[in-house]
Write a protein that binds this ligand. Structure first.
Ligand code: URA
Length: 226
């Protein structure tokens, strides 16, 4: 692979930017500064360094973020900050996108990848991927509410598929759904005459938020996801 392409793929910058870095001798190939952007490198054998860090090329990348409230799940937005802005500098953002969507005021687990095929499978309703939400609501939850949530709720012309609901306390519950309709959890709570006051996604398929700090990101591997 050409050195400039390699650097672009590693998320270092655009073609133009990396060309400049190379010409300024800021990129080292096997310990020697290179000034040739077209240099052919062998990804497996050559050691490429930038800012004293060895660059590792990965075709597919996976990261999880503990999303903060106030960020929209989009690549760009003219009005609000996006989840992309929560990704730290060390994340290779090239072709990266969020898998599925959390509302602006929802917090918790959000997966990012550049693997379009995997993303498609994870959000396909046919794949029945579990998503567990920790939900706080305005009014007390009854046993009947739990049954209704589990059996299916009319959320405006659509009956939700069976889900699992676990009451934690009077106004707190876990809700496990395998679908991802727009505002689904909030609409399900409306369906039982309630209102979400706090919503956090805690799992997504095999992935668990665990004790990842709010606003933090970790890189994970494919085996952690499927
Ligand atoms: N359901 C919602 O209502 N909002 C989310 O962000 C996710 C699921």
């Amino acid at each position: 692979m050409r050195l400039d392409k390699f650097l672009v793929e590693c998320g270092i910058g655009s073609r133009k930017e990396v060309k400049e870095l190379i010409q300024n001798r800021e990129v080292f190939v096997n310990g020697v500064p290179s000034k040739d952007p077209t240099l052919n490198i062998k990804i497996e054998n050559d050691k490429i360094e930038y800012k004293s860090k060895v660059l590792v090329y990965k075709e597919f990348r996976y990261y999880i973020l503990n999303k903060l409230s106030g960020y929209v799940t989009a690549l760009v937005d003219s009005k609000s900050p996006t989840v992309m802005e929560l990704l730290p500098e060390w994340v290779n953002k090239k072709d990266l996108f969020p898998v599925g969507r959390l509302d602006k005021d929802t917090v918790g687990l959000l997966l990012f990848t550049n693997n379009g095929k995997l993303a498609h499978e994870l959000i396909s309703p046919k794949k029945h991927v579990d998503k567990v939400y920790y939900v706080e609501v305005e009014n007390s939850i009854s046993k009947e509410d739990i049954t209704r949530l589990e059996e299916g709720i009319d959320i405006g012309g659509y009956i939700t598929k069976p889900s699992k609901a676990e009451k934690i306390s009077d106004k707190k519950l876990y809700l496990n759904i395998q679908e991802g309709k727009f505002h689904q959890v909030k609409k399900m709570m409306h369906g039982i005459s309630n209102e979400v006051t706090y919503l956090k996604r805690v799992t997504f398929g095999k992935l668990e938020l665990g004790n990842l700090e709010a606003g933090s990101v970790i890189e994970i591997e494919l085996k952690d996801i499927i």
